[in-house]
Design a protein around this ligand. Sequence first.
Ligand SMILES: *Cc1c(COP(=O)(O)O)cnc(C)c1O
Length: 365
Amino acid sequence: MKQKYNRVYNFAAGPSMLPLDVIEEVSNDLPNYGESGQSVMEMSHRSAEFKQILADAEQDLRDILEIPDNYRVLFLQGGGTLQFAMVPLNLLRKSKKADYIITGSWAKKAYKEAQKFGDIRVAASSEESNFTYIPKLTREDFREDADYVHICFNNTIYGTHYSYIPDTGDIPLVADMSSCILSEKIDVSKFGLIYAGAQKNVGPAGVTIVIIREDLLGNAPENCPTYLDYRIHADNSSSYNTPPCFGIYVAGLVFKHIKKLGGIESVHSQNVIKAGRLHDFIDSSELFTCPVEAKEDRSLMNVTFVTGNPELDKKFVAEGRLAGLVNLNGHRSVGGMRASIYNAMPVEGVDALISFMAEFEKENK
Ligand SMILES: *Cc1c(COP(=O)(O)O)cnc(C)c1O
């Protein structure tokens, strides 16, 4: 399959790889979707065909994540970044206080944005250690009257991930799951709101998934712009205005693909194998090290590593590219290397990376 199209193994943090089966299906159906005589790109969002696509996407996502009935699923635009504002705008509904755990750049951006809307406090931060671990917090660490607590569940840039769900008692827990949604089973009922941009693990850029508990709807202030009110989207089944139709369609195909693979458990066990092999190799290597020392805090999706020599890191990334292993550079803010191995990265891609790393180590010791 890889040979057929001359595709590379793309380790980009996002937009990132999609399952080849899905790309082929999109390609086949592009000129004429079903019996509609048109592509999904050209289709009215009020058409029966598109309504079905949207309804199926929601139902399949509900099935995969076992989303309880008292949660609404929204397909929005604006990325994770718009959620940094929509969350405080809609959820600062009583005390106007919220507590944030800072575990990386995205969590910090969310915190900074929220400060425009209320009394926002840092409950904990791992910045002093360059975000190489996840702080362990309990109920007592949060303000009793906080309207919500915000966490970033998987830290795309630093390669860390929560190994536990903080106990916030009655305070709604809000999680940015942009880079880990659908990578593992999660107990949705432990969260008040989950959001995720699609372009890491779900589909093309342009769709943002929001899963929100019903009682958190309808709290936006009077002067809230219409588009930014979750209630409006929930009342109009994500079609208040034109939704990102094509992105929702592709995301829907990815959901069906996950179901075909056997659901979230199968996907998760593949992810454990992939990340396990790569981390085991790095831990046994004399050249490469992973900055995330606490093993339980390591991400299954974003694996960070360095040689300790920035010049050698650059050489690694450049030679990897020539070998068909692309986008292995770390985020521009941290350097080093990062292999993003989302659901769609096949095990063979990880094995190819490990072989390449072993070869590179031999030649550069
Ligand atoms: C990529 C990313 C974002 C930003 O997403 P946009 O869709 O570009 O706004 C936010 N949070 C996390 C955890 C991310 O990985």
